[in-house]
Write a protein that binds this ligand. Sequence first.
Ligand SMILES: [Zn+2]
Length: 560
Amino acid sequence: MNAPLKFLFLRNSLQYISIQEKISSFFLRTYKKHIQKYLSLKTGKLFFIFVLISFSTIAAFSQKETPLLHYAVSILEPAGHTLDVELHCSNWEHDTLHLKMPKWMPGYYQIIDYANSVENLMVKDDKRKSLPVEKINGNTWVISGVKNKSFIVKYTIRTEEQFVANSYVDRAHAYLIPENTFLYIEDHLNLPVSVSLLFNTEWNMIATGLDPVVGKPNEYTAADFDVLYDCPILIGNLQELPSFQVKGIEHQFIGYNMGDFDQILFMANLKKIVETAEGIIGDIPYKQYTFIGIGPGRGGIEHLNNTTLSFDGSGLNKPETMNKMMNFIAHEYFHHYNVKRIRPFELGPFDYDKANRTNLLWFSEGLTVYYEYLIVKRAGLADAATLFSFFDGNLDAFENDPGRFYQSLQQASYNTWSDGPFGTEGSEPGKSISYYDKGPLVGMLLDFEIRNATQNKYSFDAVMQMLYLKYYKQQHRGFTEAELQTACEQVAGISLASTFEYVYTTKEIDYTKYLAFAGLKIEKQDIESNEKAASQKFMITRLENPTPLQAAILKSWLGE
Ligand SMILES: [Zn+2]
């Protein structure tokens, strides 16, 4: 333990020196430029003094602003389901610092008590002297006496449950959720960090979206905590499937305990998914993308350049299992556009200390379900009847849910933190809905209305492109509810106020009107059910004699 610690301090000091050198040489260059300007202008001593003052002030400021943070993670006894973390911090300019464990992870909109898994937290300075630590609330530790010191915060993370939003370590692998592993420093989420991983030598691979440090195996950097928290880490005896490129960009799939399946077919299908999704937005914004299979289970979580997927390949030789898996992966993959980049105003920069509520999860999740359906159809992995059946499933779930009379999509988005991810928890479960069901239905209505209003010149794809370009690429921010409606109306060229009532209110949906725009209709059938006196079954079918516009809209919507 001692040797690596010393080494890390030395390394940190070296990094510090090299950063200072960079800063000095930058100012020297700037200074030289100013001197040349001064000599050529010959405007007197005043400017020279100004340059000197600016140089010393900015240099002093920069010197203060470079605390170094390095996390050393050791997983040397994985059978005990724990991992040890050391945060090495140097050049801290304040007397105290507040360390916090996040209360949630972006992508999973529920409060999780990650701080509960922190054990044995202690702090030592570079002379191995213990420093005072006080836990002031459920997820905050205050460390004192650290001004201008180098110090190490040590703690253990106990892992218990295998779940896509929890860290989990066992004999065979480690899955690290950064929000469940790395304490952050309050008010300093903008600091760059580095991470080194020490683990069982029998494990062969690391999968993560973090940037590797060249020449330093098992070491990574993140520009700030938002990047760190966006990159889960999977370590173990992992398997890498044959990668592919789309528009020259590498896409890899690395997984743990994946089972036997036709890897070539699977990756060929996955490539079609990526190509089709890219075709909707028209841009790939990352340098490299990693699909991370974390083993059998449920759920996946999206990130900017990676996604974690509960993955079991053993059933993929059955076409229906393969198709389900492709829907699931298309959903998680499309999220790198819709929610990570095309995002509600409230979802970034994140506050990791509380629920980040927004009225727009119906769009971020519901429209991602909508595009998941369209992507698998347009990629040639589902036929038209299968596409219709996806919506039939949402109709059955939503129209038979009494919660639809009580809760709007807007409210379901806001209340998901208490109602649960599918609207089934909370104090009044019968009075809430799932935006995973109503969201894609409203997406379909909006898409058909835009296509009809523009004589099939534009579709909802144009709305997604507009949001991506205007708010992500140009303004680097999320959009508000009003801006979303405006974007839809700009593409449609008409008011969509009455359609947006399906978002803001519980008004009954007029499916007949909207489905007719695409030459479709809805059939209802009353069925007996054990749990309820009666329920209805829904089926989307084609109109018998569509007009040329209806036929054209349907054809282009299906991607045929
Ligand atoms: Zn989702």
